[in-house]
Design a protein around this ligand. Structure first.
Ligand code: ZN
Length: 544
């Protein structure tokens, strides 16, 4: 056997072992190797299916990539972690990395077969916002000019530039307020009208803050980011990375439809972290899946991947972020960020992840081949959560297989509708048609209240979910209510699922499925009336 044939056999062996991990026969006591060998070869062989990448912040470029020894260590870490792409950051927190350090590091990584792109984090760029620390007032002309300079500098070095998720504003200074009242966005010498009027009745006349900020960030992106970068480097592709807080995007100027249309690619924040962590907690694991699929639906082929970090995580929750990102259909998992993964919770998380990487590649390959099916979960772009923030995440934790969507799911077999759906102008009419077709409709009590006189919700195929203005309470629903809700919603799909809370299910068109247990105890569930054991904090996959 020649060397390439031996290598092919090794890759095949690693891949088939991985496929076995996420199978019906996976036993809890089946040991995994401490650190699978051959991760780098596996990463290279699978990069068309899925890729792991990392980001090296501007400060870390200074601290870790300014010596040959530092670059050697970073390359070694990447290879051991199956990382085949790095984003080398140009700017963050007012610091701009040196051109020589960026250019040299880029060449060194490329020489060993690691792809390289750039990144910009727009924190401390100019006049400070009256809100979040580090965020800027982009109504300010000088700040607009500084943004342009930073992106021109980045485009002189890289053909692809990611923008970390601080590309928004929450400023309410006198200049911003005057611009909002005049319903005009001004970028340099150009002015743009802002659509919409204050609807709250609280604000003085003018546009709403969200309308002003969305127009401001869309126009600023066009003129000072995309335009500026492409004038310097016509090959430059810009990636907008959306934060994990999807229900509030538009309030701070992330306009997912127009920005996704304008940017070359999009990225998705899948940082759910530990639900019980004091500083970072409160987000259930399913959210990473929901947002990945929802933004994936908006972005289509433009949607590049997910992004998670080690802050406020244990090894379990870190690995769950990885699984949810892959189940969400991501083509790439960005591990933020190299420096943070070397300290505090980072090394333990990375050690746990490395053991899972062969399995994650194997599952990514299966997921990419299939269409998900289930209960359509409708969140229109720029919709307001009111008293039901991120309710989708908690509904997913109940073991309801959701198919996130941003357009009314007229053709779905079953649907879940919350207050968010009120963004749809024709909601009463379209929902009435959906209900009249006899499909199961799960509506939140909050939405039901708003539709009382407009839609017939007394039909037997309508069930009201008692959110009571507190989506988190869904994690504590009684078993009877859970089972009844699942039985009601899954009937139309010809499936049945009985399980405790915090066990999620993912269904595919060809009958394949994945069940993931987020509980600290093993569970026995019933899928289509057949018992199935799922170890604690683990998943079981069945591919047809
Ligand atoms: Zn301002």
């Amino acid at each position: 056997m020649n060397s390439s044939a031996i290598r092919a056999v090794v890759i095949l062996l690693v891949a088939s072992l991985a496929a076995g991990y996420c199978g019906l026969l996976r036993a809890q006591d089946q040991p995994k190797p401490a650190e699978p060998a051959g991760l780098w070869d596996l990463a290279k062989s699978k990069q068309a299916v899925h890729r792991f990448s990392t980001l090296i912040s501007a400060q870390q470029v200074r601290d870790h990539l300014s010596t040959e020894k530092g670059i050697d260590a970073a390359i070694d870490w990447c290879k051991k972690t199956a990382v085949s792409k790095v984003y080398i950051e140009v700017f963050r927190d007012g610091y701009q990395a040196k051109r020589e350090a960026l250019a040299h590091a880029k060449e060194r990584f490329r020489a060993v077969g690691i792809e390289v792109s750039g990144c910009v984090t727009t924190t401390e760029v100019g006049k400070r916002s009256t809100g979040w620390r580090g965020i800027a007032c982009y109504t300010d002309p000088k700040t607009q000019e500084r943004v342009q300079e930073i992106f021109e500098y980045a485009a002189g070095l890289f053909d692809e530039i990611m923008i970390d998720d601080f590309w928004f504003t929450d400023c309410t200074c006198a200049d911003c307020d005057a611009a909002r009242r005049s319903k005009t966005v001004t970028i340099g010498q150009k002015t743009y009208p802002v659509a919409g009027d204050s609807r709250t009745g609280i604000l003085p006349v003018g546009s709403t803050w969200e309308d002003y900020r969305c127009e401001l960030m869309v126009r600023l992106s066009q003129d000072r980011v995309l335009g500026a970068a492409k004038r310097v480097n016509p090959r430059a592709k810009l990636i907008v990375k959306y934060p994990q807080w999807y229900d509030r995007f538009h309030e701070r100027g992330y306009e997912v439809l127009r920005e996704t249309a304008d940017f070359d690619r999009t990225w998705v924040g899948t940082e759910t972290r530990d639900y019980t962590d004091r500083q970072w907690g409160g987000t259930p694991q399913y959210e990473a899946y929901f947002i990945m699929r929802w933004l994936g639906g908006i972005g289509g082929q433009k949607c590049g991947g997910g992004w998670y970090d080690p802050y406020g995580t244990t090894e379990h929750t870190y690995v769950e972020q990885a699984r949810q990102t892959v189940l969400g259909g991501a083509r790439e998992s960005l591990l933020f960020c190299y420096g943070s993964l070397l300290s505090q919770t980072g090394p333990k998380n990375v050690a746990a992840l490395r053991k899972e990487i062969p399995e994650l590649f194997a599952v990514a390959e299966q997921v990419r081949r299939r269409q998900i099916v289930g209960i359509a979960a409708y969140k229109p772009a720029n919709s307001h959560p009111a008293s039901e923030p991120r309710v989708f995440d908690f509904v997913g934790m109940m073991g309801l297989p959701l198919v996130p969507c941003h357009e009314f799911p007229a053709d779905a077999k079953a649907g879940f509708f919350s207050i968010h759906a009120l963004k749809e102008a024709d909601l009463a009419k379209r929902l009435s048609v959906f209900i009249a077709a006899g499909k199961p409709v799960l509506v939140t009590d909050g939405l039901a209240q708003k539709l009382t006189d407009k839609v017939d919700l007394k039909r037997p195929n309508v069930r009201v979910l008692p959110v009571k203005g507190d989506p988190k309470r869904l994690l504590g629903l009684a078993q009877g209510e859970l089972d009844a809700t699942r039985a009601f919603a899954l009937r139309a799909l010809g499936r049945s699922f009985r399980a405790p809370n915090r066990v999620a299910i993912y269904l595919y068109e060809d009958g394949s499925w994945v069940v993931e247990n987020f509980n600290d105890d093993p569970v026995t569930v019933e899928l289509d009336d057949k018992p199935l054991s799922v170890p604690s904090r683990a998943w079981v996959c069945h591919w047809q």
